[in-house]
Write a protein that binds this ligand. Structure first.
Ligand code: C5P
Length: 421
């Protein structure tokens, strides 16, 4: 039986394009035996009507702080106190700002201020609004107040951008509500919100991402299928945790992540140079898929077909950026993290890589073409680390690259504390 059975939920619907998902959420909660009272902000009524919310919830819908009949039937204090949990879906930047500052200029914000019950919010907004320092400050204040967060997740947005800010799906919100009703203080969802800003304040994180291009001649090069998405997500998660971040990116088809210093390089040699120039740092994360070899001498002019038949490319090994940085005796970052793209024996190969490269942790992923991970939006990783002489490993469920980034950063925050304690 669901923990929602017999519980009273007060659902505040905010004014965002994701408001339509709140209607589905009402249905899902009622299916699980909850009674749902709905409050719509004025802006929400541009996206969903009180009539549809009333039809789905089976109760009167509240919209107006100064409605005398509503006050006579059930005052706003009573409305917020009678609930077992208050859920805000979608929690817009504006509603979160009001909550963080204790504003109470309409029914929704007044209820949120008047309640003595826990509040769960499912934020949804444009990614620039989400990443704005003002929103991040409000989130930190709300987290400190004990507000529970479900999402947002990374994804395509109605505004055509991609990134964090997309609202969790109704069933994920249902799971978060069940967890909250069961007493959880952190929502144990795969798509949980980014860890609170601040954990990496004062720390510097250098991240590499994307492929490298190794020239054959002025128009051709050796490359690989890395998209740079996972590295960008890690850089963003580190920045969201308050770190100073330098992202060193090979050629990718993605815009630079907002508010992050991004250096662009083409080759492995340039990438190594850029990493060295970005040090010292507390954490170095080598998420790039660096080409192992380069052409010994790239041709100055385009190699022509015909003539001497098929050209032979003599290859030489590229510098190993990860091993070089991990092997530094002076100025080695406290944590050096490698990635391992494997098609078989993932853990075994990652363990070997950990030893060979001298790094502190290897994040291994399965890049068999059928996994769809290389270049895709999600990732399934296994962390391989060392504790004394023993190695350990931990496999995470498949999640968006954004979520993997946040989880990895949360893990590194703990590891850094251990290492520098
Ligand atoms: O040896 P392999 O390429 O499988 O190792 C992958 C890890 O090493 C990744 O973290 C990658 O960024 C890093 N690497 C590197 N320089 C290279 C090759 C790989 O930093 N030349």
């Amino acid at each position: 039986m669901s923990t929602l059975s017999g519980r009273r939920i007060l659902l505040v619907i905010g004014g965002g394009i994701a408001a339509f998902k709140a209607l589905d959420l009402i249905r899902r909660m009622r299916e699980r035996g909850a009674s749902v009272h709905v409050v719509l902000t004025e802006a929400a009524q541009h996206f969903v009507t009180p009539l549809s919310a009333a039809a789905l919830s089976g109760t009167k819908v509240f919209t107006d702080l100064f409605s005398l009949t509503d006050e006579a039937e059930m005052g706003h204090i009573e409305l917020s106190r009678a609930a077992d949990l208050i859920v805000v879906v979608p929690a817009t930047a504006d509603l979160l700002a009001k909550m963080a500052h204790g504003l109470a200029d309409d029914l929704a914000s007044t209820l949120l201020l008047a309640t003595d019950k826990r509040i769960l919010v499912a934020p949804a907004m444009n990614l620039r609004m989400w990443l704005h320092p003002a929103t991040q400050r409000n989130l930190a204040a709300l987290r400190a107040d004990g507000t529970l967060f479900c999402g947002p997740v990374d994804g395509d947005m109605a505004c055509g951008e991609y990134g964090p800010g997309r609202m969790s799906e109704p069933l994920e919100i249902v799971a978060a509500i069940e967890a909250a009703l069961a007493g959880a203080t952190v929502i144990p969802l795969p798509h949980s919100a980014p860890k609170g800003p601040g954990a990496l304040v004062g720390k510097k994180v250098v991240v590499t991402c994307g492929p490298t291009h190794e020239p054959i001649d002025p128009v051709r090069y050796i490359a690989n299928r890395s998209s740079g998405r996972q590295g960008q997500a890690i850089a963003q998660a580190a920045a969201a945790a308050g770190a100073e971040v330098v992202l060193i990116s090979g050629p990718v088809n993605l815009p630079d992540p907002p508010h992050i210093e991004t250096l662009h390089v083409e080759t492995a040699q340039e990438m190594l140079q850029a990493v060295e120039s970005a040090l010292p740092a507390d954490i170095f994360i080598a998420a790039a898929a660096v080409a192992d070899w380069r052409v010994a001498t790239a041709s100055e002019h385009k190699i022509k077909k015909g003539g001497d038949g098929v050209p032979t490319l003599a290859l030489v090994e590229n510098p190993d950026i990860l091993a070089t940085i991990a092997g530094r005796t002076e100025g080695r970052p406290s944590l050096v993290i490698g990635f391992a793209a494997e098609t078989e024996n993932v853990v075994e190969n990652a363990e070997k890589k950990l030893a060979r490269k001298g790094c502190d942790l290897v994040v291994a992923n399965d890049v068999r073409p059928e996994s769809g991970i290389m270049g895709g939006d999600s990732n399934a990783v296994t962390l391989v680390g060392r504790a004394g002489h023993e190695t350990w490993h931990e496999t995470w469920p498949r999640a968006s690259k954004g979520e993997v980034g946040h989880r990895l950063i949360a893990h590194l925050v703990a590891l850094l504390k251990e290492k520098t304690a």
